[in-house]
Design a protein around this ligand. Structure first.
Ligand SMILES: Cc1cc2nc3c(=O)[nH]c(=O)nc-3n(C[C@H](O)[C@H](O)[C@H](O)COP(=O)(O)O)c2cc1C
Length: 246
């Protein structure tokens, strides 16, 4: 196995960080790697906002529902859908951009944001740093927009805590690979049995790491998925001009 595969297969989210800062050199390398991410049509409609200021991170932790690792990790990067940038180019060429009003636009930008997130993760982990993605910024997207000074046609989609690892975390088990990889044709016939097995495995995992959470996969999802848990995403995205109605 080569070093990249080893790092990717060793991934686990880290939620306990040292106070030591991440050096400028490390951060520059991580961000340079992520900027090489492919984007649909080379649109480069993703921007990153790097927050290191402790008071700002404390505010973001509050907006995100009080996750202490946002306060502890010295670097917090928000991945922003940035159709403001592309609008400038389209206007310069004498046309009117409407892609930001469409599901196609949101889907493309979310895909490209995910690739950037993945590349940030691999780059940071390759330097021995710990990471945890933070989707909970979407709990209060308007608060994030105000705090980060984001203009219309942008949206803060997901963030990433980065820092030196204080306490390592065990790898969380995954479902049977057959529920992930389908050869030639999708086949869900093994899903029910795989979910049963995974529910048992995950409860066992939580018991082993002495975590109070202790929910099976099915129970964990059932506590969130019957609701639109971040209900401000659609209205705030629409106020930013990302209407999602085309
Ligand atoms: C897009 C995305 C958003 C996430 N948001 C949060 C979050 O807000 N808070 C958190 O503690 N973990 C968050 N996570 C981490 C997941 O809970 C974690 O990846 C998952 O439980 C699997 O664990 P592992 O990364 O250790 O393998 C997020 C992960 C992703 C990919």
């Amino acid at each position: 196995m080569n070093e990249t595969l080893r790092i990717q297969q060793a991934h686990r989210s880290i939620r306990d960080y040292k106070a030591d800062p991440v050096s400028d050199e490390m951060l520059d390398q991580i961000i340079a790697a992520a900027q090489r991410a492919p984007t649909s049509m080379n649109a480069q409609e993703i921007s990153l906002v790097v927050v290191r200021d402790a008071a700002k991170r404390a505010k973001i932790a509050e907006l995100s529902g009080g996750q202490p690792w946002i306060i502890k990790a010295p670097v917090f990067i928000t991945i922003v859908i940035d159709f403001h940038k592309t609008d400038l180019g389209v206007r310069k060429a004498g046309k009117t951009q409407i892609i930001h009003e469409s599901m196609e636009g949101f889907g493309v930008a979310a895909t490209d944001a995910g690739i950037v997130l993945g590349m940030l993760i691999t780059a940071a982990e390759s330097l021995g740093l710990g990471i945890v993605p933070i989707g909970s910024i979407r709990r209060n997207p308007q608060g994030m927009i105000d705090l980060l000074g984001l203009p219309p046609l942008t949206f803060p989609l997901v963030s990433l805590c980065i820092g030196h690892i204080e306490k390592d975390a065990p790898q969380k088990p995954r479902m049977d690979i057959k529920t992930f990889r389908h050869d030639e044709r999708y086949d869900a016939s093994g899903y029910a049995a795989a979910i049963d097995a995974y529910d048992t495995t995950l409860v066992h995992f939580w018991n082993e790491v002495a975590c109070s959470e202790g929910f099976s996969w099915s129970e964990a999802l059932a506590s969130r998925f019957p609701t639109i848990y971040f209900s401000q995403v659609k209205p705030v995205a629409a106020m930013q001009g990302l209407l999602n109605d085309k």
